[in-house]
Each structure stands twice: as C-alpha cells, then as structure tokens.
Design a protein around this ligand. Structure first.
Ligand SMILES: O=P(O)(O)OC[C@H]1O[C@H](O[C@H]2O[C@H](CO)[C@@H](O)[C@H](O)[C@H]2O)[C@H](O)[C@@H](O)[C@@H]1O
Length: 273
C-alpha cells in the first residue's frame, strides 16, 4: 500500500484527511476519555508540516481540538458541518482562516432541543450517554446492556418522530442524529480541497484515513473522483469504498511516520540534485 501511494503521488501534492476516534485514538468506553497518545500527536504534527492536513470527525470541533491540540491543521467537526482553518501560520494556510464554513447553522437551536429531549428520554436506560456535538448528537450504547439496545433505539426513534428535519445514522456503538442536509464527510473533503486551491486540479492526491461508516462518504467521493486513496481502519474485513486498510491506530501512526520519513528524504534528495 505505502509504495502504491508514494508512486501515485509523483508530481502531486498529498493532502491528508484524518478521522479521529478509532483512527488517531483507540476506541474507549467513555467518549470523554478518548485521548490521543503523545506519540500520535507528534506524528500528526510532523504530517501537517509536510502536507496540508485536516481532522474530519463526527465530534464537536472544539472537543476534537481539545484532544488533538495542534494549531497547524484544518478541523472539520460535526461530520464536516463545521470547518475551521489552521489557527497558526502554516505554509498551506490561505489568508485569515477562521471559521471557513458552517453547513447547518440554522439547526443549532433544534440540536440543543433534541439533545435535551434525548437526555430526558434515555435516562432510564443505564449506560446510555448522550453527547452534544454542536450540529449533531450522538447517543452512545457501548456501555448499555445488549438486552436494552432495541429499547434505546426505540426511544431515540420516538424522539426523532418530532423532528422530521433530523435523520438517524449509526456508527460504532453509537446512534448519530444529524440534520437532513446534503452534507457529510465527503462534501467536507471536497470543500477543503477547494479551499486549498485544488478544486479541479489533477496535481493533488487526497488520502483519507477513517474507521467508521460516516468515513465511507469520503471514501466514495475519492473513488468517484478517481483520485486519491481511502484507507479503512479495521481489524475485520468489511464492505468498503476504501482502497486499502490498516488494522488499528498504531498502524495508522506507523503509516504516517513512514510518509513523513519518505517526504523528508525526497526533499533532501531534491536539494542535493
Ligand atoms: O467521526 P469520528 O471521529 O469517528 O466520530 C464518530 C463518533 O466517535 C466518538 O464515538 C466513538 O468513540 C468513542 C471513544 O472511543 C466510543 O466510546 C464510541 O463507542 C465510538 O462510537 C464520538 O464520541 C461520537 O460522538 C462520534 O459520533
């Protein structure tokens, strides 16, 4: 896989897109404790030195920033509905990059309301955790007894019946409630490529690494564009639009490190030539 990606990048700018949970951090029971190991942070910092890099996540943007803590990156939170550019100078930064795009601002009051309703409706089911991700809501069932999963899903559906403008999707032991707008991680990837000046460029090689169903939207965009590579993080074989796979975050780290080392070497070689 590494060799194919490097070969395909000849004469092209690699742009890195990284999902957070299950990709840069291990899946843990408590979503508030999904910290990023120091070594992974150092690796992502290096990646962002050599390639424009974005974190694309279902999480609230501020929350994921509190985990990643790197200023030189793009952040696309709430499944790409909330995009912000690097907060410190970096060579890929274009102009003053505050918030670049918020796809669902008008949904903010509705999301706050549905969050409260969901907390209330699900509080009788032990282990449930409802997370407000600003433009979407997650209802976690990782710590819920399997016998109660159906009842929990039913409660969530009963709340959503009152919100026809919201839809329900499912991730890893999580029900995700999002606006029914045509925006997802794939659209966020396209938006970011455009923001970086690569809208219709053939001189770019986007690489997207993610572990969950919502990442499939980005893998699909890459497949349809016939450009770049999706890399699925999974221990088990799965139906996917990704081109390659890695088993777990530690393999993601090794892949990223290798990419940085290769880039450093090729820059050195170019200077000596
Ligand atoms: O797009 P992502 O960054 O992968 O976000 C998807 C969901 O990730 C988080 O939940 C997942 O990770 C948790 C911590 O390891 C785990 O407890 C949970 O079971 C996983 O689904 C996040 O908390 C959710 O809000 C995101 O929707």
């Amino acid at each position: 896989m590494f060799e194919q990606i490097v070969a395909a990048s000849k004469g092209k700018q690699i742009v890195m897109f990284l999902d957070y949970d299950g990709t840069l951090s291990q899946i843990v029971e408590d979503p508030d404790q999904a910290f990023m190991p120091k070594e992974m942070r150092a690796t992502v910092r290096d990646v962002a030195r050599y390639f424009p890099t974005a974190i694309v996540t279902g999480r609230c943007r501020d929350k994921v920033y509190s985990f990643v803590k790197l200023a030189g990156l793009y952040y696309a939170g709430s499944h790409g509905m909330d995009i912000k550019g690097p907060s410190k100078s970096c060579k890929y930064k274009k102009g003053n990059q505050g918030v670049l795009f918020q796809a669902a601002s008008e949904f903010l009051p509705m999301i706050d309301e549905v969050y409260k309703d969901l907390v209330e409706k699900t509080k009788s089911i032990p282990g449930t955790k409802v997370e407000n991700n600003k433009f979407c809501v997650s209802v976690h069932f990782r710590c819920v007894d399997e016998k109660s999963w159906a009842a929990l899903a039913e409660q969530v559906r009963s709340v959503l019946n009152h919100y026809p403008k919201l839809k329900l999707t499912q991730g890893r032991k999580v029900l995700e409630i999002r606006p029914t707008i045509k925006w997802d991680k794939g659209r966020a990837l396209e938006f970011l490529l455009e923001s970086l000046g690569y809208a219709n460029s053939t001189n770019v090689l986007p690489v997207y690494i993610g572990d969950d169903r919502s990442d499939e939207d980005a893998f699909k965009v890459l497949r349809e564009r016939g450009q770049g590579f999706g890399i699925l993080v999974s221990k088990l074989p799965k139906e996917t639009n990704a081109s390659y796979s890695l088993q777990e975050p530690s393999e993601v780290k090794e892949f990223l490190k290798r990419l940085v080392d290769w880039k450093k070497m090729s820059q050195r070689a170019a200077k000596c030539a």
